[in-house]
Ligand binder design. Structure first.
Ligand SMILES: Cc1ncc(COP(=O)(O)O)c(C=O)c1O
Length: 379
C-alpha cells in the first residue's frame, strides 16, 4: 500500500506458537499489535479519538493534545501529533521506561514526569488530575482522556474486535487481554458478547492492582492495572479474571523471546502465560486469541536486561517445560469478575474529568441507542 503513516494502523497479524503450544492443546493465536506504526495497540484508540475530536471541532490546527499516559498511549499521540502538526504534552510517571521517554521526545512531545503518588500508591489519579488542570488552563487544548472517554473502547469495538472475528472463521473459544483503562477488554468483549457469544472472555491484571478487586500494592508491570474498575469496561462481559505477578510476567516474555522468537512487553507476557494455561484445558480445534499489546524493544533496559532482572530478584531464564509448569499452576483470581466491580463514578467529579469527554460520551451513547439492534457498527 501507499499511504500516510497513520493509514498503516490496524490489520495486525495472528501468530502461532509452534514450540510452547503443544499440538494436543487449544490453539493459541497472538494478536501482535507491535506492528502498528507507533509500536503498540494504543495507536488504534489514539488515532480514533483524535479523528473524532477533529470531526467535532474540539481539536483544531494549532491545538495542543494533553494526556496522562505511562507510555504507549502517549507515544501514539506523539506520533499522531507529529504526523498532523499538533503540539503534544504527555504526563508520565517514574515507572515510564527510559526508552519510552526517548520515543516521546523523538516524536517531539513535551514530557512532564509526575512523581506524587495517589492514595493507592500509583500515579494514575495524580497524573489525570494534573492533565485535566493543564487542559483547562491552556488555550486550544484537547484531552483525549483515555481513562474516562468511552471512545477508547469504541475504537476496539470497531476495529480490533472485528479483525479478530474475521480472522477466526472456525470460531473463537477464548479471548484474553490485559486491562488498564479497559479500552481493549471493554470494546472487544462488548463486540464478542454480541457477535461471538460462545467466546469466553478473560481479563488479566497485575497482582497489586485492583481492577478486579483485591489488595492494592506496588507492582512493576508497565501499562497494566488501575486502582478501580474503569468505565470503559463492562464487567458483566468478563467471564474470568487472572492476576499475574511481576516475575511471572517478565519471565514469560523472556522465555517467549528466546524460544518462539516473539518480542513482547511484560503486560503481554502476563497474558501469554494465561493463554498457555487455558490452552492446556482445551482441545486443538479450539482457538484462543491473546492480545500482545506491544513489542519488547521498549523494555530493553528492564525486561531484557539481566542485571535489572537480578536486582528485582527475578529469574532471568527458564526452559519451555518450566514455563508450561508455571502456566499449569496458575489459578484464576475470579470466576465471577462482575462481583468484584469497583466503579468510581465519584472520580468524574473529583478528578474534574473534562467536559469534552462527557460530551463525546453522551453523543456516543445516544448514537449507540439509536443504532442498537439494526447495525453492526455505530456509524
Ligand atoms: C503494553 C500495554 N498492555 C496493556 C494495556 C492495557 O490496555 P487498556 O488501557 O486498553 O486496558 C496497556 C495500556 O496502556 C499497555 O500499554
Amino acid at each position: 500500500m501507499i499511504g500516510t503513516i497513520l493509514e498503516t494502523i490496524g490489520q495486525t497479524p495472528l501468530i502461532t506458537l509452534p514450540n510452547t503450544n503443544k499440538a494436543d492443546e487449544g490453539r493459541v493465536l497472538f494478536k501482535y499489535e507491535r506492528y502498528n506504526p507507533g509500536g503498540s495497540i494504543k495507536d488504534r484508540a489514539a488515532s480514533y479519538i483524535i479523528a473524532e475530536a477533529e470531526r467535532r471541532g474540539l481539536l483544531k490546527p494549532g491545538g495542543t493534545i494533553i494526556e496522562s499516559s505511562s507510555g504507549n498511549f502517549g507515544i501514539s499521540l506523539a506520533m499522531i501529533g507529529a504526523a498532523k502538526g499538533y503540539r503534544v504534552l504527555i504526563l508520565v510517571d517514574p515507572k515510564t521506561t527510559p526508552a519510552n521517554l526517548a520515543l516521546l521526545k523523538g516524536f517531539g512531545a513535551e514530557v512532564i514526569v509526575v512523581t506524587e503518588q495517589d492514595d493507592s500508591g500509583s500515579y494514575h489519579k495524580t497524573r489525570i488530575s494534573l492533565a485535566n488542570k493543564l487542559a483547562r488552563e491552556m488555550e486550544h487544548a484537547f484531552r483525549p482522556d483515555q481513562c474516562f472517554n468511552l471512545l477508547n473502547s469504541d475504537a476496539h469495538y470497531k476495529s480490533t474486535a472485528r479483525e479478530i472475528i474475521e480472522a477466526c472463521p472456525a470460531g473463537l473459544a477464548v479471548f484474553i487481554t490485559a486491562v488498564s483503562t479497559g479500552g481493549q477488554l471493554g470494546g472487544i468483549s462488548k463486540y464478542l458478547k454480541t457477535f461471538a457469544p460462545e467466546a469466553q472472555i478473560i481479563g488479566v491484571d497485575a497482582v497489586g492492582s485492583a481492577i478486579f478487586g483485591g489488595h492494592k500494592d506496588a507492582y512493576l508491570i508497565p501499562g497494566i492495572g488501575l486502582g478501580w474498575t474503569p468505565v470503559n469496561l463492562n464487567m458483566d462481559h468478563v467471564d474470568r479474571a487472572y492476576k499475574v505477578t511481576d516475575e511471572q510476567a517478565f519471565l514469560t516474555a523472556r522465555v517467549l523471546a528466546r524460544h518462539e522468537g516473539i518480542l513482547m512487553g511484560p503486560s503481554s507476557g502476563a497474558c501469554a502465560l494465561v493463554a498457555l494455561k487455558i490452552a492446556q484445558e482445551l482441545s486443538p480445534d479450539q482457538q484462543i486469541v491473546c492480545m500482545i499489546s506491544d513489542g519488547g524493544e521498549r523494555y530493553i533496559q528492564t525486561l531484557f536486561n539481566d542485571e535489572w532482572m537480578e536486582q528485582q530478584g527475578f529469574a532471568t531464564a527458564a526452559d519451555i517445560e518450566t514455563l508450561r509448569t508455571m502456566a499449569r499452576q496458575l489459578q484464576p483470581w475470579s470466576m465471577r469478575p462482575a462481583d468484584h466491580a469497583n466503579y468510581r463514578s465519584d472520580l468524574i467529579e473529583s478528578l474534574e474529568v473534562p467536559d469534552t469527554t462527557l460530551l463525546m460520551n453522551a453523543e456516543l451513547q445516544g448514537r449507540e441507542a439509536y443504532h442498537s439492534g439494526n447495525s453492526l457498527y455505530l456509524d
